[in-house]
Design a protein around this ligand. Structure first.
Ligand SMILES: [Zn+2]
Length: 342
C-alpha cells in the first residue's frame, strides 16, 4: 500500500520525498516579534528568499524540506505553499507550540491554570491535522513541541502529553526541540508512556551534546535523534562542528544509522527587525546555511569512512520511514468523526 504524507501542496507518496532536510526554517522569530510594528515582513519578500533557498538546496539533490516553525514563532503555511508551487520542492510543516522560553506559552499557561489548557491544545492540534490550518485547508504533518535546558516545565509537560495523545490517535510524528540535547531520555520516556510510538518521535538538537553514553541512552529508547545544528557554533555552549562530527561517526560505527537525521536549523529570514550579530558571533556563524552539510560536513564524514549508503539512510530512508505513518488514511476514516464533532 502506498503511504502518503501531507505537504503544503497536499498528499505526496512518501517514496517521492527523496533527500530530505529535517529541520530548516524559511523564516522564524521568537514569539513577540509581531509587536514590533516598525518591521513587518512582506509576503513577496519571504517568497523571494524562499525560492532562492529552494534553488540552492535543489542543487544538492534535496527534494523535501521539513520546516518545524512553531505556530507561535511565525509559521505561515500559505506562503510556504507559494514557495512549493514556485520551486517544485516538497514542504512539510508542523502544528505545535515551541518550548516555554521561545514561544507563546503565556496563553496556554493561563488556560492550564483554569484547567482548560490540555483540551484546548488537543482540539487545536487535532483540528489542524484533520482539517488544515484555519480556513486554508493546508495540513501540517507533524507536531513540534519542546523542552527547556535541563528541565521540562509544567507547561511543556502538558504540551508533550497532548502531542503524544494526538500522535497516538493520528499516527502523525512528534519532533521535540531540546536545549543542547538535554532532557532527551525524559522527553522520549514521557511521550512513549503517554502512548506515542518511538518510531514516530524525533529528538531535535542532539548535536548539542558530545557525551556518547548519553547519546546512546536516548537512542536506546528507539526514537530518532537529529544532528541538526551544523554551522551553529561557538555560543550558548554549542559544540563545534568537529566535535559533532566525532560524535556522529561514533554513533554510525556503533550501528545507530537507522535512527539518525541531519540538518542545519537554518533561519533564512529573522522576522521582525533583522539581527545585527556581534562580530564574534558573525564569525562563528559564517558557515551556517541550508547547504552547509552538503558542502562541508558530509565530505568529512565520507573521508572518515561513512558510506554513500549510510548517508542515503540518514537523508532519505529515515525521514521516509518517519512520515510513512497512517495519518493520511486514518484522517479520511477515523478522524472524520472528530471533525464532525467540531
Ligand atoms: Zn529550529
Amino acid at each position: 500500500m502506498i503511504k502518503m504524507v501531507n505537504t503544503v501542496l497536499g498528499p505526496v507518496d512518501v517514496n517521492k520525498l527523496g533527500k530530505t532536510l529535517m529541520h530548516e526554517h524559511f523564516w522564524f522569530s521568537y514569539a513577540g516579534y509581531t509587536g514590533n510594528t516598525l518591521y513587518v515582513n512582506e509576503p513577496e519578500d519571504l517568497i523571494k528568499v524562499g525560492l532562492e533557498v529552494a534553488e540552492k538546496v535543489k542543487a544538492h539533490g534535496v527534494q523535501t524540506i521539513v520546516d518545524p516553525t512553531g505556530l507561535d514563532c511565525g509559521r505561515m503555511p500559505e506562503i510556504l505553499k507559494e514557495i512549493a508551487e514556485g520551486s517544485g520542492l516538497n514542504i512539510i510543516f508542523s502544528t505545535g507550540y515551541s518550548y516555554e522560553a521561545e514561544g507563546g506559552a503565556a496563553y496556554f499557561r493561563w488556560k492550564q491554570a483554569i484547567g482548560q489548557g490540555e483540551e484546548e491544545l488537543y482540539e487545536l492540534y487535532m483540528s489542524e491535522i484533520t482539517n488544515g490550518v484555519g480556513k486554508t485547508g493546508i495540513k501540517p504533518s507533524f507536531i513540534k513541541v519542546g523542552t527547556s535546558l535541563n528541565v521540562i516545565t509544567p507547561y511543556e509537560e502538558m504540551n508533550l502529553r497532548v502531542a503524544a495523545r494526538v500522535s497516538k490517535e493520528t499516527g502523525v510524528p512528534i519532533c521535540s526541540h531540546t536545549e543542547q540535547g538535554t532532557m532527551g531520555p525524559e522527553v522520549a520516556e514521557l511521550l512513549i508512556s503517554e502512548g506515542a510510538d518511538p518510531r514516530n518521535i524525533v529528538i531535535y538538537h542532539m548535536c548539542g551534546n558530545t557525551d556518547i553514553s548519553y547519546q546512546k541512552r536516548v537512542l536506546e529508547k528507539g526514537v530518532y535523534c537529529a544532528y541538526d545544528r551544523f554551522g551553529i557554533q561557538g555560543f550558548v555552549n554549542c559544540p563545534r562542528d568537529e566535535e559533532r562530527i566525532t560524535v556522529l561517526m561514533e554513533l554510525i560505527e556503533s550501528g545507530y544509522v537507522n535512527q539518525i537525521m541531519m540538518s542545519q536549523d537554518m533561519v533564512n529570514v529573522w522576522l521582525g527587525k533583522p539581527p545585527a550579530w556581534p562580530d564574534e558571533m558573525k564569525k562563528n556563524l559564517e558557515k551556517w546555511s541550508s547547504t552547509h552539510i552538503f558542502e562541508n560536513i558530509i565530505p568529512i564524514l565520507k573521508q572518515g569512512g561513512v558510506t554513500e549508503e549510510q548517508i542515503h539512510t540518514i537523508l532519505v530512508e529515515n525521514p521516509k520511514k518517519l512520515f510513512a505513518s497512517e495519518a493520511v488514511e486514518k484522517e479520511n476514516h477515523i478522524l472524520q468523526s472528530f471533525s464532525e464533532q467540531l
